[in-house]
Write a protein that binds this ligand. Sequence first.
Ligand code: BJW
Ligand code: ZN
Length: 248
Amino acid sequence: MGDSTLMERPRIDDRTSVLVLTGAGVSAESGIPTFRGAGGLWESHSFTDLASPEGFDADPALVWRFYSSRREGAKGCRPNPGHLALVELERRLGDRFLLATQNVDGLHRDAGSERLVEIHGNLFTSRCSSCSRPPFEDRASHLHGAPPCERCGARLRPHIVWFGEMLDPSHLERIHRFLTEAARRGPLVFLAAGTSGAVYPAAGLVDEARQLGACTWLVNADPADNGHRFEHFTQGRTGEVLPDLLGP
Ligand code: BJW
Ligand code: ZN
């Protein structure tokens, strides 16, 4: 990388809209572990025990220990050049840009991204498992079981979308609306970065974008499960590739 003259780049002019989908790979160079592959969280942890409503019902203390250690691990991490390249692109495009992230670490917001949808939740937010108290910021570690809700006494849980749970319909609606309006307005680029393409509905966004005529790009360290559904694939680290791919 480094010599952008050798790299195929998406055409982004002053009419183009861009939807970006990011995954754990984008935060890997900031020191946040990914989920799949060597060294990934699911290699040493069972996702049915730790990231499902059934796992939380069976052992809430175990789930809170897992998310507490993830909170502690993420606290010292800072955005990397991949995050910053997306902030720069948003500054150029304004409302013709939207970033949907599967990451819960908050690094896109720390970097300065504003048109952002955290579709799988946020690591530093908790909510009640029972009442309608709104989700709230919570940076604490809970090592001795699930803390009780101040309003109703039920268990608090991480504000994370676990397997088998619905994503917030307003988030999906915002992405869908962006895509349809952008496709009507002019050229559309869909870029997925640092994601294995294994988890739905995120892994299906490429199909929706293609149906609307988007040019589709994937940047990932390894081939993704849904990689054959993209027109362009650049293999590499997002912290190195994205600044060259998206730069002016
Ligand atoms: C680098 C790099 C570097 C490394 N540079 N690259 C359709 C078909 C089949 C199943 C389903 C379906 N629709 C729904 C389902 C069920 C399920 C699902 O998708 N299962 C699949 C496993 C098959 N989906 C759900 O349950 C979702 N809910 C839902 O759809 O509700 C309705 C429904 C329910 C049930 C049935 C049907 C419908 C919810 C999914 C929630 C996912 N939650 C998690 C965990 C919680 C978050 C947390 O604790 O942090 O979210 S799972 C985990 O995977 C996490 C991630 O956001 C998500 C995606 O992972 P990601 O980001 O792609 O990371 P990795 O690790 O997989 O990949 C990283 C990549 O980066 C690798 O490829 C590396 O090579 C690369 N890389 N370093 C560039 N420096
Ligand atoms: Zn409550």
